[in-house]
Unconditional design. Structure first.
Length: 440
């Protein structure tokens, strides 16, 4: 039997050819689609209600909609938020309403629903409310901010997560063996290379398959038609060296620890180096931004309150524009953290309070600082003797706020670093004033 060339009859990209046709072929999202999970049950029983799929690119939002189209006993309409206006929406809605009167359900899938403005989203609402359509929207943005609240309240939101490295490796292996992929060819590629491609894809199945296709199409072809993927080909196709970095393994934690400790030790050069090691190996910039945000309070805190602002701003910048552009925002943030005065009093204060809170969970709130919204509560002396600080000239009172068993306990112990030195002086002034006025 004559063997086909991979260059024949493969006009569609690999990701399109290998698109799952059913839930058994679907990669990832086990929390939603595993046996017995709610979304799987809804699909298999054809009991779909209006849904919003929220997740990053390449995790299967559109594919899930197509699987629903194959399983449902409804008319399925694929709708693009990029190319459709209110006129098109109303025409489709009228068609759906006509179908409803004939007893036929209509599922409308809207890709990138966050691109619709309020007026366009409002056009769907009355038809969702009266059951003319079942709306399935897909978005990479937080639907709490991007989808009208009225529409959101009538939809079930399912959060799709980036695929794990092992899930992507399984997908890549299937692409090599499946006839829809490269199953008719002899492909020589190591498991280590497949793992590198999966790491490079950063949770994006479409990215992983596109990269695999590129490295195979650029592989070395022998006289007998075998294709061998070399490390050099892989590096050229990913534009990256094969950095030693496993986002789910020990090296991941070693390098994030190195970044954290370099910032703590006020070493901006080391901090930027470890940042680059992670980003160039394909780490999620939002993960790094979250760790930097934690650092801003854990290791700096009130010594420089602006550190938290810098960290949060960097996180939002990474969310807005992604890699590679957001690398400069993370660089600004980690250098700021490294150069800022250091204090761990926020972390120490919480951990100390946590110990007491866990030991004395049943400690009652002092009556004086309890709310008294009902007559009965007032009769039980809730809020009796409460002193409203704003009514006093010093904007402070000697009122007891801790439980009796914890009177005198100190959790916040400021040091002399940066602005925290001023808080230390202020706190001592407050404590002295309260001591002088405790019997008043």
């Amino acid at each position: 039997m004559e063997q086909k060339s991979i260059f024949e009859n493969n006009n569609q990209p690999l990701a399109a050819r290998l698109r799952p046709q059913n839930l058994d072929e679907f990669a990832g999202q086990k929390h939603l689609l595993g046996e017995g999970k709610i979304l799987r049950r809804l699909i298999e029983s054809d009991q779909i209600t209006s849904l919003i799929f929220w997740g990053p690119p390449g995790v299967g939002k559109t594919t899930l909609a197509r699987i629903i189209a194959n399983k449902t006993h409804s008319k399925f309409i694929d709708f693009s938020a990029v190319t459709s206006g209110i006129k098109e929406i109303k025409a489709v809605m009228q068609e759906a309403e006509d179908n409803r009167r004939l007893g036929e359900k209509t599922i409308v899938f809207v890709d990138e629903i966050h691109r619709f403005n309020k007026a366009q989203q409002d056009a769907f609402l009355p038809f969702v409310e009266k059951g003319s359509i079942i709306l399935i929207g897909a978005t990479t943005e937080n639907p709490s901010f991007e989808v009208n609240s009225a529409l959101l309240s009538r939809s079930k939101v399912f959060v799709l997560q980036p695929l794990k490295t092992e899930e992507l490796v399984t997908l890549l292996q299937r692409a090599i063996k499946d006839e829809r992929g490269f199953g008719s060819q002899k492909i020589n590629i190591t498991d280590e290379m497949l793992n590198m491609i999966a790491e490079f894809a950063n949770g994006d199945a479409r990215n992983a398959l596109s990269t695999l296709e590129m490295v195979i199409l650029n592989g070395d072809v022998s006289d007998n038609g075998e294709i061998t993927v070399t490390e050099n080909t892989l590096e050229q196709c990913t534009s990256k060296k094969s950095l030693i970095y496993d986002k789910n393994g020990e090296e991941h934690y070693n390098i994030i620890s190195a970044l954290h400790k370099s910032m703590r030790n006020s070493d901006p050069d080391a901090a930027v180096y470890w940042l680059a090691r992670m980003l160039e190996a394909g780490e999620d910039p939002l993960y790094i931004a979250r760790r930097v945000t934690r650092f801003a309070s854990e290791d700096i805190g009130l010594a420089d309150p602006h550190a938290l602002e810098q960290a949060v701003a960097a996180y939002h910048a990474c969310h807005f524009i992604g890699m590679p552009e957001c690398s400069v925002h993370l660089t600004q943030a980690v250098i700021y953290m490294a150069m800022a005065p250091k204090s761990n009093t926020m972390d120490m204060a919480y951990m100390s309070a946590k110990q007491d809170a866990l030991k004395q969970l049943s400690e009652p709130v002092p009556l004086i600082i309890r709310n008294a919204p009902t007559k009965l509560m007032k009769e039980l002396n809730y809020g009796k003797g409460y002193k409203y600080a704003h009514d006093y000239e010093e904007k402070i009172t000697s009122m007891q706020c801790l439980p009796d068993s914890l009177i005198g306990r100190e959790y916040f112990k400021p040091n002399e670093q940066g602005l925290e030195a001023k808080y230390k002086v202020k706190l001592q002034q407050i404590k002295t004033w309260k001591e002088q006025h405790k019997d008043i």
